[in-house]
Ligand binder design. Structure first.
Ligand SMILES: C[S@@+](CC[C@H](N)C(=O)[O-])C[C@H]1O[C@@H](n2cnc3c(N)ncnc32)[C@H](O)[C@@H]1O
Length: 208
């Protein structure tokens, strides 16, 4: 999502309910008062900002490959006064050589379906999560056919701009099924649970 118009439309859409649910799900996995988490594909950084409110002792490194998204994220983090707790980094989530330390938690929302070959991403998740650390990766899941994808698009993007409807429909078709994700995890040597969480989402979670 390196296109400025796509970044703007995405930023203006109201994902607050999904993002709040995602932040709560992540916070429930984290049972220590302090820690350092990594967010992959952070977009406008709404989830790290919400997470900082839920977890006052945590810091977050938030990565995105898109300069347009990082510009939006930078201004959101500044507005929230969280520059000291959220560090923004431009990088490809499949190649994170810049990051040498491991994190107490690694999470991501709506990045997986952007990756044609997710194996390098899962390998980074494994490398960057410390022993006993938590993982929570949420994404869309691919519906069984285009008719169902159109139905979900109608249901969940009513009133949204046409570009957002189109992005949502394409994202559903690009997403993986829970079984495909289980195979990816097995290939990466990751022992994590995969669950369908809503009519359009899946979540991968657990401790390493
Ligand atoms: C659908 S948005 C989700 C943003 C955010 N996680 C959220 O839930 O609001 C996907 C984000 O992943 C980023 N992205 C796509 N491919 C990436 C990659 N290989 N490495 C890092 N970020 C990537 C895009 O730039 C975009 O900001």
């Amino acid at each position: 999502m390196d296109d400025t118009e796509e970044a703007r439309v995405y930023d203006e859409a109201d994902f607050s309910r999904v993002n709040l649910c995602c932040a709560r799900r992540i916070s429930r996995l984290l049972d220590t008062e302090r820690g350092h988490a990594l967010d992959l594909g952070t977009g406008p950084a709404e989830i790290p900002i919400r997470l900082c409110a839920l977890l006052p002792g945590w810091k977050i490194t938030a990565v995105d490959a898109s300069p347009s998204m990082l510009r939006l994220a930078r201004s959101r983090v500044r507005e929230a006064g969280l520059e000291k707790r959220i560090r923004l980094l431009r990088a490809d989530a499949k190649r994170l050589q810049k990051l040498r330390r491991s994190f107490s938690a690694v999470f991501s929302n709506s990045l997986l379906h952007h990756l044609h070959d997710p194996l390098p991403f899962w390998r980074q998740v494994k490398r960057l999560t410390c022993r006993g650390g938590s993982v929570m990766i949420q994404d869309l899941r691919r519906p069984p056919n285009r008719t169902r994808a159109r139905e979900l698009t109608r249901r969940h993007t009513a009133g949204a701009p046409p570009l957002l409807k189109q992005l949502f429909y394409q994202s559903l078709l690009a997403a993986f099924t829970p079984d495909e994700v289980r195979k990816q995890l097995a290939d990466a040597g990751l022992d994590l649970e995969v669950r369908a969480t809503t009519d359009r989402h899946l979540a991968v979670s657990g401790r390493l």
